[in-house]
Design a protein around this ligand. Structure first.
Ligand code: PNS
Length: 162
């Protein structure tokens, strides 16, 4: 049986922390879907199509594209996407206890909705302080985001400052 997992997120933009979790997850499953989902609780920086493009480029540049599919989802529940592609596992990166507290209720609800389990992965502690919202803030104020994001993202945001 093919083991298929989904890494969902806003990825606005993808960070080195995300990429680290994606690479670890890709090593654990036969097929990994990296799924851009609109989070209505957040003010967006990039349109979904650009986030998908930057994810695809960053994953290609990192040399880990072999078993990874990048997609977006706006048709309803995240677990509906999982059912559509035959995924039984969601992957979430955990940086701290704050992430555990945020992710736990969603993991329980997703399991109740469709028997989709959530697996928490720990990124390299070097990325523990990195978040898309911090990157958005630093970029908006003209700071250097290169240490926190894949090259493709740094290049794009330098060319098209926010
Ligand atoms: O990167 P983010 O913004 O922390 O990702 C949050 C995301 C997109 C994974 C979360 O908002 C989500 O799961 N949205 C899907 C909507 C859904 O299915 N909700 C019901 C079960 S929790």
């Amino acid at each position: 049986m093919r083991r298929i997992a989904v890494v969902p997120g806003s990825f606005d933009p993808v960070t080195l922390g995300h990429l680290d979790v994606i690479e670890r997850a890709a090593g654990l499953f036969d097929e990994l879907h990296v799924l851009v989902v609109h989070n209505p609780g957040k003010t967006a920086l990039l349109p979904i199509s650009r986030r998908v493009e930057l994810l695809q480029k960053s994953i290609r540049d990192a040399g880990i594209a072999g078993n990874i599919v990048v997609a977006s989802w706006s048709m309803g529940l995240l677990v509906d996407y999982c059912l559509e592609v035959g995924a039984s596992v969601l992957i979430k990166g955990i940086r701290s206890q704050v992430d555990v507290a945020y992710e736990t209720p969603m993991a329980i609800v997703n399991r109740n909705l469709a028997a989709v389990e959530t697996v928490f992965l720990l990124p390299d502690p070097a990325h523990a302080h990195v978040s898309s919202s911090l990157v958005r803030q630093v970029a908006a104020l003209g700071g250097d985001i290169a240490p926190y994001v894949p090259e493709a993202v740094a290049e794009f945001l330098q060319k098209a400052p926010v």
